[in-house]
Ligand binder design. Structure first.
Ligand code: ZN
Length: 316
């Protein structure tokens, strides 16, 4: 589950860094000398336009152990003057002293902000501390001090209350962990919602990996992944637990029509090709499906053919 990172940024250094590397994203070309090939490869998938939002913390205090807890999908809250003024979703992290020196130089203690994490989906907010404090049960006059990572329970409250979840960046979820908690938990309404989010996150992560742009497997158009659904090939409500956790159960479909048509069963896959189902009587829907030039479904294989077959039979 994603966590909340608190990042007060009222002091002079932090204000400057926010200007230098968040408000003004950094071009990959200007820092590529500092990155390994592996890092460049990962970053190019996450940031196809090559503009990075970069943040970092110094090794001072307990910062390193806190930084170690950060994962992809964690949401950073920037705050100053008793309010949270922006948020960003963590995409990737790495330690790099030379890069930090290049970007931000050193502080008065001769340290640099070398524990770096990259952000995306920067959003502005105006959340007074008092609202934040109420949400997690802090005293109303509490002031966020210092870089910190909230525990899972508090993070969940803040993510829900201020609607900060990302569709694009999702924490890596271990299938055995997921299996265990989904079996152990008493399914109350609240834990059910959390589990569904975890399951959906697990499947999205497996499907989209670190890509932020991805193609709809029906119309073949490329979109930001927030416009794509990890759509169940076989209706989820008809899947057993094993099928629900099978990473082959989902395909990428766009929100511009393909997902809706497949979900409603007017679009089906027959012998590996998208086609109109018999159920469809609407001429415009038929035209939409006819207009797709390449009707092959690249996700049709021995792992998925039964799921596609189930869907076809269900709607024909
Ligand atoms: Zn599509």
């Amino acid at each position: 589950m994603s966590r909340i990172i608190l990042q007060p940024s009222g002091n002079k250094d932090a204000r400057e860094h926010y200007d230098d590397t968040i408000l003004n994203p950094v071009g990959v070309n200007s820092i590529s000398n500092f990155l390994s090939d592996k890092e460049k490869n990962i970053i190019s998938k996450i940031y196809p336009n090559n503009k990075l939002f970069i943040w970092g913390v110094t090794p001072g205090g307990n910062n390193i152990s806190k930084w170690n807890k950060i994962n992809q999908g964690d949401v950073t809250l920037f705050s100053k003057d008793k309010r949270i003024y922006s948020s960003g979703v963590t995409t990737y992290k790495f330690q790099n002293k030379d890069l930090a020196l290049f970007l931000w130089d050193k502080n008065s203690k001769n340290q640099t902000w070398e524990y770096i994490y990259l952000l995306d989906e920067i959003k502005t907010h105006n959340i007074p501390y008092v609202d934040f404090n109420r949400c997690i049960g802090y005293k109303e006059n509490y002031v966020i001090q210092g870089f910190n990572v909230l525990d899972k329970e508090k993070s969940e409250k803040v993510l829900n209350r201020f609607n900060l979840f990302s569709d694009t960046y999702i924490e890596e979820i271990d299938v055995s962990y997921f299996n265990k908690i989904s079996l152990d938990l008493d399914i109350t309404e609240q834990s059910y919602t959390g589990l569904r989010r975890l399951e959906q996150g697990f499947l999205r992560k497996n499907l989209f990996k670190n890509h932020t742009l991805f193609s709809c497997c029906c119309c073949k158009k490329e979109y930001p992944v927030s416009f794509l659904v990890a759509a169940h090939i076989k209706k989820r409500s008809h899947c057993n637990n094993k099928e629900k956790l099978d990473e082959n159960i989902v395909i990428p479909l766009c929100k511009f029509g393909c997902d809706e048509l497949y979900e409603k069963g007017v679009l089906v896959v027959q012998n590996g090709e998208f086609t109109s189902s018999r159920k469809n009587e609407n001429e415009n829907i038929k035209l939409y499906i006819d207009s797709i030039k390449d009707k092959r479904c690249n996700y049709y294989d021995t792992n998925t053919s039964e799921y596609f077959g189930w869907h076809y039979d269900f709607y024909n």
